[in-house]
Design a protein around this ligand. Structure first.
Ligand SMILES: NC(=O)c1ccc[n+]([C@@H]2O[C@H](COP(=O)([O-])OP(=O)(O)OC[C@H]3O[C@@H](n4cnc5c(N)ncnc54)[C@H](OP(=O)(O)O)[C@@H]3O)[C@@H](O)[C@H]2O)c1
Length: 284
């Protein structure tokens, strides 16, 4: 069963293949969502400073009834933090807000602040933020460190100066949006890809072409989409606070044919509708 399967990062830390996304789960509801997910068998929970729910996520982890070392908790350094001192303080801030002794994975949320996504030159700022993560990693506060939304040149900037190479790059990956070259580059550098928005933030749910493929496997669209990202070799991070959805999203023990993998990869780009206002869905 997928909930028991793991990948191994380049530093030998294991990470569950399926995780729970928590963007848009409000802080007051996050603890219950985490407890529900853990009760169903999820062991990987993804949050971020920007989601304003680290407090609730941490409370859920602490009250889940499962030992801390059996759970994998990720958070992200806010995209706007591009200097060493602020990054050091924010890492300690996340530990405190989560109320946890360590974080399993912490990522730089974006190579640029959100209001300048894919804009100016933040190479020096990213190196400073990375140094803060490296030091927290070496101090045992964070078991693995990584980045998110980093393109090849953003990764090269870190790789050329780091003492610890990124273990993970969390990227927008779903049927209809498969950055194959970047995924291959990450693989070549032993950087595990995590697929965020595997259900296209909900935009793909009513796609009839995808529905027809899903039916061939007796699967739902979310199940097919989650399975698609797993078969690319990525961690999949579907978001839901609904225990029924959590349960069915973990029922993905089928194999998509090569032909259907190609069809899902080549799907026309999704229209994210009103969500296009978010930088990550802006097409940049
Ligand atoms: N690093 C980054 O920059 C970044 C950016 C975006 C997202 N992320 C991470 O990736 C996670 C997932 O991405 P996402 O939240 O954008 O979207 P997603 O997981 O692609 O889609 C979530 C949507 O799908 C629905 N859904 C989930 N399971 C379902 C099911 N079984 N049946 C029907 N509907 C279902 C959810 O509704 P219900 O809630 O009603 O189930 C919600 O509307 C985030 O929560 C976050 O942790 C990271």
């Amino acid at each position: 069963m997928i909930l028991n399967e793991t990948y191994t990062l380049s530093n030998d830390v294991t990470i569950p293949k399926l995780g729970l996304g928590t963007w848009f789960i409000e802080d007051g509801k996050a603890a219950q969502a985490v407890r529900d997910a853990v009760a169903i068998g999820y062991r990987n929970i993804d949050t971020a400073q920007a989601y304003d729910n680290e407090h609730g996520v941490g409370a859920g982890v602490r009250t889940s009834g499962v030992a801390r070392d059996e759970l994998f908790v990720s958070t992200k350094l806010a995209a706007e933090i591009k200097d060493y001192d602020t990054a050091v303080a924010a890492i300690d801030g996340s530990l405190k807000t989560l109320g946890l002794g360590h974080i399993d994975l912490m990522l730089i949320h974006s190579p640029q602040p959100w209001d300048d996504f894919r804009g100016g030159d933040y190479a020096e700022g990213n190196r400073q933020a990375w140094r803060a993560l490296e030091e927290a990693h070496k101090a045992g506060k964070i078991r693995a460190i990584g980045v998110s939304n980093f393109q090849q040149q953003d990764l090269e900037n870190i790789l050329s100066s780091c003492t610890v190479a990124p273990h993970v790059n969390q990227l927008l990956v779903h049927a209809g949006n498969t950055p194959a070259e970047l995924i291959a580059y990450c693989e070549s550098k032993d950087i595990l890809v995590e697929a965020y928005s595997p259900i296209a933030h909900g935009a793909i749910l009513k796609n009839q072409y995808v529905q027809a493929i899903a039916e061939k496997y007796g699967a739902t669209v979310p199940q097919l989409c989650i399975r698609y990202t797993l078969e690319l070799g990525a961690v999949s991070l579907p978001k839901t606070a609904n225990p029924e959805h959590m349960r069915s999203n973990a029922e993905v023990d089928f194999v998509i044919s090569d032909e259907d993998m190609d069809a899902l990869r080549d799907l026309p780009a999704q229209d994210y509708g009103e969500h296009r206002e978010f930088p990550v869905y802006s097409g940049k």
